[in-house]
Design a protein around this ligand. Structure first.
Ligand code: WT7
Length: 654
């Protein structure tokens, strides 16, 4: 999506009077009043919300502590427990309300009430305690989408342990790196995940990760039995079945009260170096962001059936599967499988079956389902839907219109939510009854989030201009630091080049004449592939880790389904291959990257050259590589290029 194409978009969709009638924030005027309140009394605004939305064990007296920027603290003398806020506080009224409707890959449905979920979390928390897990210990969760994955996260929160969820699609090596960096005492996994009829060998991959070495910190591996067969050998003394751990454990567990600022979790994400960043979130501020946006963005109503399709391995699955829906006492759907199994009607079938009211997914999923069956939604009754959400990457106006008309029947507002792993919760999104939407724009910030777009000099841009997206004031759900790396935290998000004052999101954005924000893409060497963040450096270092590879450069190429595709330019140690030999090597290197990082990072396209285009000082000219990746004619100035002859080689696809 180019600046030109989205900025020609001028369709405007005003919320219907019918939708607005029952909404929490009913009008633009009401939204503006909230923003003005936040402007006038920033701390008071957030303090009110923190008192209203969270249940405190010890009330806070301090609101924002800015004494050591950029290490901000919120509600720092308060105490609470996140799991108490998600479960116990609902038991008086909602004990028998369904908390989770779980649908397995093959369509089996399991429902648990708040009382049952509370019991499962307490028993598992008692199990963790019996293994000596205490407040501040790190627990890695490498699980399939399941009720148990949420139980594991909530149980950690209950006893003050810090979870670090690793997406089940990541490789043994990626898992090992994260276990070591976090210093995890426990790894929780399953003996298999089931996706699209295939088994994902999570326990075998865990074994492999631990065998790679350096994981001496791990004392126990807890294995949830998801599939009948056991996919891996058993290490006696280390491995332990989930069902054995919880057997006979008490059904209640007193929550461990933690400080507002105690870390709730670490979640690794890609940055512009080869090493993933351990984004560390707080307990109270994080939860406040999740609850506040669940209410505002999704206009949550008690009879909603909420479905966020994200995996718990990503921030979206943390905030809008494991925490926010539970914290507001919602009924939510959790899905084990994939949108295309048994066919591309699966999402629509599930919306019909569970009477889903609020559906939240990624543009990639929408685009691939349009391609695989644009009229499939019409075969299902989608009349229960009242609100649709989009997350993870820019949504192109065409996909937005299809989502609006075909899925939402023209009656459901679409909330295009811009945020990041680091922000913990939505930052820029329409409030569905207050803000008229434009296809492709995430519109305006959440009240109390001070977003702006600045130029190279650090000055805010005028309407109609573009620049770097920043958040000018600290906000409660903001990343606190990078795990064990406060220097990198400062450099990444509060860089001196931009004055060090504002949180720099790493995205470029444009502000239109109405002040609406349009996200244009990353400004760093980070790709967004199917809504997942991938560092080009990570893929490059994976490639050069192969004994046949001398040098590699990775760039993104616009892709109609995935948003961006991964294109790798590779220089081999041996001769440049051709024909079948080249094809075989492409397959080998793709598998290599999958093994090093995970299948999501597999290059879509690999080109071989005797060298890479470099300046005389040896710098790789990535701009040229991007042009070649797109298959476009090179029109840039190549006079500083040391070796123009290799351009031709790199243009030849295998
Ligand atoms: C990056 C953050 C936040 C949940 C999933 C991704 C891009 C995210 C949008 C959106 C345009 C978006 C940005 C951002 N992004 N949402 N609605 N419109 N771009 O989390 O992996 O931390 O990635 O995703 O580039 O910086 P993440």
């Amino acid at each position: 999506m180019s600046i030109e194409s989205v900025l020609q978009e001028n369709r405007l969709f005003a919320p219907s009077a019918e939708f607005a009638a029952g909404a929490r924030v009913k009008s633009l005027a009401e939204y503006q009043a909230m923003c003005q309140h936040a402007e006038a009394d920033y701390e008071g605004f957030w303090a009110n919300l923190a008192r209203e939305h969270l249940t405190w064990h010890k009330p806070f007296t301090q609101v924002l502590d800015q004494s050591n920027p950029p290490f901000y603290k919120w509600f720092a003398d308060g105490e609470l427990n996140v799991s108490y806020n998600c479960l116990d506080r609902h038991l008086p009224d909602l004990a028998h309300k369904i908390a989770v409707i779980f649908e397995s890959d093959n369509g089996t449905v399991t429902k648990v009430t708040y009382a049952e979920l509370h019991r499962l979390v307490c028993q598992f928390a008692n199990g963790l305690k019996s293994l000596g897990v205490t407040k501040g210990d790190r627990v890695v969760v490498y699980m399939p989408m399941s009720i148990e994955a949420v139980v594991a996260m909530q149980a950690c929160a209950r006893i003050g342990a810090i979870h670090s969820v690793v997406f089940g699609g990541f490789s043994a090596k990626s898992l090992q790196e994260r276990i070591i960096d976090a210093g995890a005492k426990i790894v929780i996994t399953a003996n298999g995940g089931v996706r699209g009829g295939k088994i994902v060998p999570l326990k075998a991959t865990t074994d492999e990760a631990l065998a790679l070495g350096g994981c001496e910190c791990v004392e126990r591996v807890i294995v949830y039995k998801r599939v009948v067969h056991e996919d891996a050998p058993w290490t006696i003394g280390r491995d332990m079945w989930w069902h054995d751990l919880v057997k006979g454990k008490p059904e209640t567990c007193e929550p461990t009260w933690v400080n507002a600022e105690d870390p709730l979790f670490i979640l690794y994400t890609s940055g512009s170096t080869g090493k993933p960043k351990g984004v560390q979130h707080s307990s109270a501020g994080y939860l406040l962001g999740a609850v506040n946006t669940m209410l505002l963005t999704f206009d949550y109503r008690p009879d909603d059936v909420f479905w966020c399709t994200a995996d718990v391995g990503w921030i979206t699955g943390h905030s809008y599967v494991a925490y926010a829906p539970l914290a507001v006492g919602a009924t939510q759907v959790i899905f084990e499988g994939i949108p295309t199994y048994p066919d591309a009607g699966r999402f629509w079938q599930m919306i019909e079956r569970h009477r889903v009211t609020t559906f939240y997914t990624a543009p990639t999923a929408i685009r691939s389902l349009i391609k695989l069956g644009s009229d499939l939604p019409k075969q299902y009754n989608l009349s229960s839907l009242r609100l649709l959400g989009s997350v993870g990457e820019p949504i192109n106006p065409e996909a937005w219109m299809w989502y609006h008309e075909v899925v939402g029947g023209g009656r459901c507002p679409i909330v295009d939510t811009w945020w990041q792993t680091e922000t913990g919760s939505h930052m820029i999104t329409p409030l569905p009854a207050a803000i008229a939407t434009k296809p492709g724009s995430c519109t305006l910030p959440i009240p109390g989030i001070m977003v702006d777009i600045i130029d190279e000099a650090g000055e805010p841009v005028e309407k109609g201009k573009g620049g770097f997206l920043v958040i000018k004031k600290p906000f409660p759900s903001q990343v606190r630091t990078l795990w064990k790396d406060p220097e990198r935290f400062k450099k990444s998000y509060f860089p001196e080049e931009y004055g060090g004052k504002y949180y720099l999101a790493g995205d470029s954005a444009h502000k239109d004449a109405d002040g609406y924000i349009w996200i244009m893409g990353r400004i760093d060497d980070v790709l967004n592939v199917s809504g997942h963040r991938l560092g080009t450096m990570e893929i490059e270092s994976a490639l050069v880790g192969n004994s046949k590879v001398a040098e590699a450069a990775v760039v993104g190429r616009p892709d109609p389904i995935k948003g961006e595709a991964v294109v790798a330019f590779v220089v081999l140690k041996g001769a440049r291959p051709a024909g079948d030999e080249a094809k075989a090597l492409v397959a080998e290197l793709r598998d290599w990257v999958a093994k090093e990082i995970g299948a999501i990072a597999k290059p879509d396209d690999i080109r071989f050259g005797d060298n890479l285009p470099k300046t005389r000082s040896g710098k790789i000219m990535r701009r040229l590589l991007r042009t070649i990746a797109k298959g476009e004619q090179i029109t840039q100035d190549i006079s500083t290029l040391e070796n123009p002859a290799i351009l031709q080689q790199l243009q030849e696809a295998v």
